[in-house]
Design a protein around this ligand. Structure first.
Ligand code: ATP
Length: 352
């Protein structure tokens, strides 16, 4: 099957475990983000793919060929790092053409390629400029053009946008995503910014503080169906409520039975579980009306940020956060008795 395979990858630096138990298949042509907190092993995994590190155990396969021992310079991968590492003494054009020159491409081929790439990254006519005469975003685009000059089989990016200010960063995210879609090159981006990962990726690989992969899926799959409490907490905000399984489609939370839509197959009655419910799926009604999946409580805080309103409830010792739009804002205030309503379909049962 086409794509990149990471098979049982482990990487240790002395006694430090940088990455462990990684089995991944990255299909051809996708935009994939490695997402996780600092130190979870994202960069190490990217460097293993690039050939800049050798795994302690496991194999890297590309289009079914084992490339574990292939040196980085023979892999034909394009790379952009946070530092960009452009050559300051060379012009924009010479930076982009650098690897083509090393590969002894002739001058007219180099020129055509540089012009096409500058067009692609929206910097036509910039070939003669010096790197020092460019803005941060323009340097970024030159680094991308340089990495693409060799028509890479894989495009690897390690937090290339983190030094840019927020607005430029968002513009570049969009540009990079559109560029990747046009070229169809398999791209892996390392980031610890979940918003960046959610907006750019076809697939997200979530790594945890145990230096393992917790989940790989589309942004929506990961948001709607987190594999465990770590993913539910790391991607967006989630209400995590501990309870027990009390039937094939019900759980008991703090003495209150809630209906759910699906119970994982391995969960038996009486087992400890956690349910994850996104704040925007929870509605709040004033007072304490009885009803299915109603959790009565008291409003402890109302946070109004203009575009959305968050209501914090204390429901018998559990904190529940609900989020609504200003239009659907519940008529409750701090200190009021109110009830959280948790739709069965929004309650995702987690076992870890
Ligand atoms: P960040 O987001 O902070 O860049 P990361 O998720 O990319 O973090 P890595 O840089 O891959 O994490 O590091 C994973 C672990 O391996 C960390 O504990 C780090 O200190 C350790 N590590 C990485 N490279 C080396 C090295 N060359 N020698 C020793 N330890 C290393």
């Amino acid at each position: 099957m086409a794509g990149l395979f990471l098979e049982d990858i482990h990487k240790h630096f002395g006694s430090v475990v940088a990455v462990q138990n990684v089995d991944l298949r990255i299909p051809h042509g996708r935009f994939v983000c490695f997402l996780g907190p600092s130190g979870c092993g994202k960069t190490t995994l990217l460097r293993l793919i690039a050939g800049l590190e050798r795994p302690t155990r496991g194999r890297v396969l590309l289009e079914e060929a084992d490339i574990t021992d292939q040196p980085a310079h023979q892999r034909n991968f394009g790379m952009v790092f946070q530092s960009l590492a452009l050559f300051p003494h060379l012009s924009v054009g010479d930076n982009i053409a650098y690897s083509l020159r090393i590969r002894k491409a002739d001058a007219s081929v180099r020129q055509r390629r540089v012009d096409a790439l500058l067009e692609l990254v929206r910097l036509p006519g910039y070939a003669g400029r010096h790197i020092s005469q460019l803005s941060g975003g323009q340097r970024q685009r030159v680094a991308i053009a340089r990495a693409l000059a060799i028509e890479p089989r894989l495009f690897l990016l390690d937090e290339p946008l983190s030094a840019l200010d927020a607005k430029l960063r968002e513009d570049m995210q969009l540009e990079m995503r559109m560029l990747q879609q046009r070229l169809g090159v398999t791209t892996i981006l390392v980031t610890h910014d979940q918003r960046e990962a959610m907006t750019m990726s076809d697939l997200i690989v979530v790594m945890g503080t145990d230096n393992q992969v917790h989940q790989m899926g589309t942004p929506l799959e990961i948001y709607r169906n987190p594999a465990d409490t770590f993913v539910a907490n790391f991607i967006g905000t989630s209400n995590l409520l501990k309870g027990i399984c009390s039937g094939s489609r019900q759980v008991t939370i703090s003495g209150k039975t809630l209906g759910i839509e699906a119970m994982p197959e391995n969960v038996k009655e009486g087992s400890a579980i956690t349910i994850s419910v996104r704040p925007e799926d929870i509605s709040v009604v004033a007072g304490a009306p009885e009803g299915a999946n109603h959790l009565p409580g008291r409003v402890t805080f109302v946070r109004d940020v203009g575009s959305s309103v968050e209501i914090y409830l204390d429901c018998n010792g559990f904190q529940i956060i609900s989020q609504s739009t200003p239009k659907s804002r519940p008529a409750v205030r701090q200190g009021d008795v109110a009830t959280a309503v948790l739709p069965p379909a929004a309650c995702v049962v987690l076992t870890a």
